[in-house]
Design a protein around this ligand. Structure first.
Ligand code: SF4
Length: 73
């Protein structure tokens, strides 16, 4: 089964979703939001360091589709 890891933002608005099998580790996310994506730490994704709109903009730039997001309505 495909592995899916969820990183909920404490603001309750957005959850970052990462599918490691799709990630090409090109580091586009790390360059865009280094305060959020910290490959040397666990968890490596810390959505609390960005606004929801900043995360959305960056996630839409993930070249592999490994990063997606879910909004609370
Ligand atoms: S931008 Fe997407 S494909 Fe590239 S390292 Fe980040 S999650 Fe992986």
């Amino acid at each position: 089964m495909e592995k899916i890891i969820r990183y909920p933002h404490p603001n309750g608005e957005i959850t970052v979703i990462w599918k490691p099998a799709l990630c090409t580790h090109a580091g586009v996310c790390v360059r865009a939001l280094p305060q959020v994506y910290r490959p040397n730490q666990r968890p490596w994704c810390k959505p609390e360091y960005a606004l929801s709109k900043e995360l959305i903009e960056q996630i839409e730039g993930c070249p592999s589709g490994a990063l997606t997001y879910e909004l609370k309505t």
